[in-house]
Design a binder for this molecule. Sequence first.
Ligand code: UD1
Length: 372
Amino acid sequence: MKKLILVAGARPNFMKIAPLMHALKGNSSIQAVLVHTGQHYDVKMSGQFFEELNIPAPDINLEVGSASHAVQTARIMEGFEKVCLDEKPDFVLVVGDVNSTAACTMVAAKLNIKTIHYEAGLRSRDRTMPEEINRLVTDAITDVFLTTSVDADENLLKEGIPAEKIHMVGNLMIDSLVANQYKASQTALQFQLLNRNQNIAFGNDFTENNYGVMTFHRPSNVDDKESLTQLVKIWGEVSNKIPLVFPVHPRTYKNIQSFGLQELINNFSQLYFIEPLGYLQFIHLVQHAKFALTDSGGIQEETTYMNIPCLTVRPNTERPVTIWEGSNKLIKIEDILSEVELILHGKGKTGKTPNYWDGKTASRIVEIIENL
Ligand code: UD1
């Protein structure tokens, strides 16, 4: 029996790890050990995803919590080295591009443990993004490259990775979506507004195909007072045309408070700021939305699968397949309003589902690991 450690750290990791844990259950040749680094730690960013996606409780939790990049990465490395020395795994599998991904790959590689990176080869070519540094570090030293799309394969081949180490497996996030879309559609969409004594409900304050769903948390958009103020004003203008529902990431919420922007937000009666949502409610919210307005990575993929127009407010994306084939469009802050107008006039972008985004990625990955 081979021992495989799977690493999960931050919110976008959990929907990728869930289908793998399910596919590995009862496997007679692979013993799975789940390590949570604790990079995300509260119920809203972590706990409820384990519950809703039926992920077994982690075997080990490093409980590193929030800190600067260097401190958080160092804490993960220190904790994970002990885990590897105790557990002596044959393989370590990491997903995505967060600090936990790069930190655990470095630890395993130095202990000569074979590493597997799911979501290898994605490149934004923007080294100001911490995620791009994590992708480059991880792919420089990992042994097995599992990819979601052809552009990732091409990037890796150009970087000199031998073709036999690269496996196009499809998209684990879409596995979670396929498995949960019905259940998601059955969850209630009723929320309390943040900092306002008011509740909103689907079918009443925002209705089918007549609202936008929004997420923003990239440091480049929300850590700078000027850029966040400009964004709040534009969100307000958009919300005068169509309700905007915004489950607010803790980073963004903290900055809104410290830059004194809450009062400005309160001026817009259809700009709905709510707590971060669990997986099922969030997917349900996207299912009925007219469009998504975001700077997230994963939402570009989920909207492409659901064929819902997605406006991504970033100068680049590491997921270009969502643009060539999907319903995603990269836009500038100053173009948000005109792009929303286009969608409201029925000119939103539509697309098709990329290859292998079919809900069967986890079983393809298990087969590859069985043959390593
Ligand atoms: C991290 C990832 C990013 C991913 C995002 C999804 C890195 C470098 N970044 O960014 O790629 O898209 O997660 O959410 O790994 N906080 C809480 N509760 C939590 C976790 C965080 O309140 O459970 C607060 C922290 O105190 C901090 C802020 O949220 O102030 C940001 O958290 P952090 O983990 O530093 O980075 P993210 O912006 O979430």
